[in-house]
Write a protein that binds this ligand. Structure first.
Ligand code: PMP
Length: 396
């Protein structure tokens, strides 16, 4: 039987088609995959979570198995609000926090409550592909602004904002996905000055800032922009992605009420059992200590991948030296497309993520994302060697 489906779901966008082919490649046992963005399971606190589950069921089992409130579990919201002090934002209150089903849900919520088809939004170029996919469902006009090594190109941003009236701008200022790049404190301030002159909302997506293993970071945009900035967060990269717990920090009351109304119709609330278990885990364990262990692991992986890149990449291939997060960003020599490298490397058992789906319009780009968090040292050595050989052959 052929049902009539909505246009928007019927045609997966360019990003969607790419995501599924990369996921398939990554799921194969015969492939060394640097294509995804999975945390290393060695960092998951399995034993501690087991203890937290038991405690929650013993102390508070009925509440954990009952329906709950849309905004989320109060002790968890209080924990998150307090943690913003570390990011230079000290006026966040528990009521500003909405617990979401991962930050991925938060992305959808903003589009749902703010966008009508044809509305304009601004994104970094490149940006997180699943954010583009999510925004595309609502039919906006997406305005990409160049991302440089120290953050968004402020002159280009000012020009875009002078010529358009975007409803929101979406940024990932720390260890961005896909580039792993971080905004300098100067660009954070300068971009804030430009944005302050408009009535556009800034959505700061921040899954990675706590995973800094080298150097110093800047403050959250929320420090400069107050309620004009909504800050998204998640426990996916610092505790567990499977629990699906993220949040929105929204200090603008009318917007927050609208987000809550929408979330209520979507799912009533985020899984309360998982929220309570996570809150218990956070009460009984030191999150900073846990993150330190993960950071040491990722720092070592990044270092090792960098060594292998230096050893195996032919002249003309450029790559970043990550200070945190999970990704390295490489640029192929002139004339070589990242997708061609992707298809050739897959045939030899190595998957990377070509840059194309991270750009709203650019295709045939030379950039690619390489994940280091979830591979053994042996796989990194072998995979980067094969990748280097593949690139050499394509250059010949
Ligand atoms: N935003 C960015 C930039 C991401 O990299 C990810 C995960 N890859 C997400 C949001 C979604 O994370 P989650 O839904 O697990 O919180």
């Amino acid at each position: 039987m052929q049902f009539k489906l909505s246009e928007k779901i019927m045609k997966p966008d360019f990003q969607g088609e790419f995501t599924s082919s990369i996921l398939k490649a990554g799921a194969s046992k015969d492939i060394i995959s640097f294509a995804g963005g999975l945390p290393n399971p060695a960092s998951f606190p399995v034993k501690e979570m087991e203890a937290a589950v038991q405690k929650v069921l013993e102390k508070n089992g009925a509440a954990a198995l009952q329906y709950s409130t849309t905004e989320g579990y109060e002790p968890l919201r209080a924990f998150i609000a307090k943690r913003y002090e570390k990011m230079g934002v000290d006026d966040v209150k528990p009521e500003d926090i909405i617990i979401t089903n991962g930050s991925q849900q938060a992305l959808d919520m903003f589009s749902a409550v703010m966008l009508d088809p044809g509305d304009e939004i601004v994104v970094e170029d490149p940006t997180y592909l699943a954010a583009l996919q999510s925004f595309h469902l609502y039919g906006p006009r997406v305005l990409p602004v160049e991302l440089r090594t120290d953050g968004v190109n402020c002159a280009a941003l000012a020009e875009t904002l002078a010529a358009h009236q975007p409803k929101f701008m979406y940024v990932i200022p720390s260890f961005q996905n896909p580039t792993g790049l971080t905004y300098s404190p100067e660009v954070r301030e300068k971009a804030s000055e430009i944005i302050k002159k408009t009535n556009m909302l800034l959505i700061e997506d921040n899954p990675y800032s706590e995973l800094r293993f080298r150097g110093d970071g800047g403050y959250s945009f929320g420090r400069y922009l107050g309620e004009q900035c909504c800050m998204l967060g998640t426990f996916s990269k610092v505790v567990s992605p499977g629990m699906r717990i993220g949040w929105i920090c929204c200090r603008n009351l009318p917007l927050r009420e609208k987000l809550l109304a929408y979330k209520m119709t979507m799912d009533l609330h985020t899984n309360i059992f998982c929220q309570m278990v996570l809150a218990q885990y956070l009460q009984d364990n030191d999150l900073d200590e846990h993150i330190d262990v993960t950071k040491r692991l990722y720092g070592q992986k990044a270092e090792y991948m960098l060594e292998c890149m230096k050893k195996y990449m032919p002249e003309g291939v450029e790559f970043t030296s990550p200070e945190g997060g999970m990704f390295m960003w490489a640029t192929m020599p002139q004339g070589l497309k990242a997708v061609d490298v992707y298809y050739a490397a897959i045939k030899k058992g190595v998957a990377v993520c070509p840059g194309d789906p991270f750009y709203e319009t650019q295709r045939g780009v030379r950039t690619m994302r390489i994940n280091y968090s979830n591979s053994s040292d042996e796989a990194i050595e072998k995979g980067i060697r094969i990748l280097g050989e593949t690139i050499k052959e394509l250059m010949a």
